[in-house]
Design a binder for this molecule. Structure first.
Ligand code: DAK
Length: 256
């Protein structure tokens, strides 16, 4: 069976990390499969939202594959890091929203993968953490940069220097997860959000994702220019007219 399951339904692509025997740890083959799947999602207009989750009821992904890492030379580790970073960046800059449905452990590379997604829904049994320091390592897939951006420098440093895992509710309090529905509602909460995002005006959603992604790394003056430019581009698409007309006519919009 494939190490990355793919299912497409109603404009939503669901990707399931499938190495349950290793708690879905990220080896080279899985990183390559993810890179390919996200490239496909970006190019395929029928896909409007991606959900990423883990197989089994224990883990989203318990990190980079420690067994594979332990046998790597410095050169191989550099190549592995490059591949991981390229794949995570592909997710972050994807033109469609990506939801991480964090169904269990999201540790090390698994947490970094969840952080590269646009939104995170945590199952009550989810555990987020960057325990690399306890292995004599540091995050190698962007965690040292994405965690401070998500939750602030002091809190990120505390988690990375101690390697302490956080439970789902604390992850929500920290801003690391967007929500933690009750166990019985987890699947429906993921589906409901994915359907809502897939129903958005695609061009507006794409321009918004780009504005946030580009603007966050720019000084405010430049970031606002990016926003104005993206805002203006919305008007080139029929969805903008449809959305405003529908509001004025007191009906639901029918986006392309
Ligand atoms: N890699 C490989 N196998 C793993 C794994 C991992 N990260 N995590 C778990 N497994 C395997 C276990 O070895 C075990 O295999 P068998 O013994 O059954 O063959 C199986 O999954 C079930 O795990 P456990 O028996 O340990 O299950 P428990 O419920 O007792 O414990 C656990 C669950 C998640 C607490 C525990 O498995 C655990 O602590 N796992 C490791 C978590 C961790 O430290 N993850 C962070 C890894 S560091 C880099 C790029 C990126 C990174 C580093 C460098 N460069 C480019 C160089 C990132 C590093 C990391 O992600």
């Amino acid at each position: 069976m494939s190490i990355l399951l793919q299912e497409e339904q109603d404009h939503i692509l669901t990707l399931t990390l499938h190495r349950p025997e290793a708690l879905n740890a990220l080896n080279r083959a899985l990183l390559l499969a993810l890179d390919e799947a996200f490239a496909y999602a970006d190019e395929n207009d029928a896909i409007r939202c991606v959900v990423l989750t883990g197989a089994g009821d224990k883990a989203f992904a318990a990190g980079a594959d420690i067994e594979e890492l332990s046998a790597m030379s410095a050169l191989e580790a550099t190549a592995f890091s490059r591949l991981g970073n390229r794949m995570m960046r592909r997710i972050e800059t994807l033109r469609k929203p990506v939801i991480a449905a964090v169904n269990g452990y999201a540790l090390g590379g698994g947490c970094e993968l969840a952080m590269a997604c646009h939104l995170r829904i945590a199952h009550p049994r989810a555990r987020f953490g960057l325990p690399e320091i306890t292995l004599g390592l540091m995050p190698g897939f962007g965690g040292s940069q994405r965690l401070p951006r998500l939750i602030g420098k002091a809190r990120a440093l505390e988690l990375m220097l101690t390697g302490r895992p956080v439970k789902a509710e604390e992850a929500v309090q920290l801003g690391l997860a967007n929500q933690c529905p009750p166990e019985a509602d987890f699947a429906s909460a993921v589906e409901q959000l994915a359907r809502q995002l897939a129903g958005n005006a695609t061009m507006a959603s794409q321009l918004l994702l780009q504005a946030v992604e580009t603007g966050l790394d720019l000084p405010m003056e430049h970031a606002l220019q990016v926003e104005s430019q993206q805002f203006g581009l919305c008007f080139d698409h029929p969805d903008a007219r449809e959305g405003t007309e529908a509001f004025l006519q007191k009906r639901k919009p029918r986006f392309l």
